[in-house]
Write a protein that binds this ligand. Sequence first.
Ligand code: PEP
Ligand code: MG
Length: 587
Amino acid sequence: MQTFRGIAVSPGVAIGEAFVLDQEGFRIPNRFVDRDAVEDELDRFRHSVEAVSAALNRNRQEVAEQLGEQYGAIFSAQLQMLCDPQLQNEIETHIRSRHYSPEYAVSRTLRRYAKVFQNLENKYMAERAHDVVDIERRLLQELLGRQREELSHLKSPVIVLAHNLTPSETANLDRNFVLGFVSELGGPGGHTAIVAEALELPAIVGTGPILSDVSGGDTLIVDGENGLVILDPDEETIQKYRQQAASRKTQRAEWQSLRELPAVTLDGTELEIKANIEFPREVEACLDRRAAGIGLYRTEFLYLGTEEDPTEEDHLNAYTDVIKAMDGRPVVIRTLDLGADKMGRGQSNQDEKNPFLGLRSIRLSLRNLPLFRTQLRAILRASVLGDVSLMFPLISTIQELRQAKLYLADIMEDLEEEGIPFDRDVKIGMMVEVPAVVLMMDRFVKEVDFISIGTNDLIQYSLAVDRSNRDVANLYDASHPAVIRMIKMTVDAAIKEGVPATLCGQMSANPIYTSLLLGLGLRSFSIPPGAIPEVKNACRLTEIGHCNEIAMKVLEMDNGQQVSDFLRLEYARLRNLTEQEEGNVSG
Ligand code: PEP
Ligand code: MG
């Protein structure tokens, strides 16, 4: 049994077999083959060696012809390694005596060799580890011949382990077979994490190197509460986690049973808990959790993972599905927020050194007006189908907001001329995600109908911490007093101007923050549908006077640790107190 630590980004427990994708997306295979198949598997291995030898020979000749013998010699060294009888013998013994699959035997043996090289003091020799890894890759490619698309053809339940998963790859994981996932890269606020939570898949990101220790078919536990990945767990540990999963299920069923009850505090203050979605198909989960509406529709996912940009009709169809299903409840459609960690095909700009500070989101839309226009026309056309609002992401200057609104007004004129119906009074809002905007909030609130605080970005820009980088994940902290003050400044300005404010960052999905956010004056949250029951429960347990006290105390604090310790304790106290009270009442 071995335990690895990562960043817990989506709660729940998964227990199952590992499906491992290495850095290039090759599946690291299952361990064992049937006894009867051993001879065939040995043949398969020998053929793969022949094929890779032939390829290396070709490479050697070509490179030697073009660049000279000394460069061709690089491949000769690899060839020598590959054909080393001791190495081949070791792999064949694994297949013959232990019934390892050739892929597993290759992986295991060559990774052991690579580790020996890596640990050598001599730097030149240590670099040879790359050559060994390359041989492994070539053999696996020969043996498997398939890449990431295997992810979409799963046939049995697995836990996916990968070096990295993009947000759209995560979104396409087959919920029927994927029990959870783990990635070596990724940070707490990245969109891969957000999509995992939307899919309600237990997930851990940012574990650092783990793939070389796990093989396909190994048993794993993903502990999405504590950020632990447990490899080859013993029976006792499996039982412990089975119990944990069962009590979590019971707890969730209990929260879910509150779904018909209103989101209201003990003192009768009415609240609004809406849902964040990325795809129309998530509407079902929103309805199931009785979301008051869609507070954030991340439409950029329409662009991810497709070959062509969506047409106006594609947009309109997606919006129509969502609006119709929400049946009169409000739907806030955010214009595309592409860029940074949400890159579609052909959009990646390798020259961008700081993509989160670069051409993303509204900046990208305003530079690509035809693209923006297609989307704005579709949103306006959809505006007559229900209670639709439109929201601009990542606004950082007043000019940007005005330019976007002006462009929208132009499109309204066009639609009018074309005789296409739309709601001229469609509400226009903006995301508050940039500290500069928070400081200028008194001006911005005069130019919009509503605001939505995007703490996922606000945290990263306030604290100068990349939301998707595991190396600085400890600094990405919603409890940082600066973040709390930013929220307070924003909400104060909105209340003063009478502009409705929602908080749609992941922070509001964590019930430890519920009382604090209410104490800061918020009355509306938008969160992943799966988080609604627990947050609603937290709202129903608290009371605004107490929330105000909590906010006052927190605003006096000077560090994030103090804030989160205090909030955790408060939340635990709130739950226990009421359980006791419930006990008293029923007793
Ligand atoms: C945010 O930044 O908090 C937000 C909701 O937007 P996104 O996570 O899509 O950047
Ligand atoms: Mg954002």
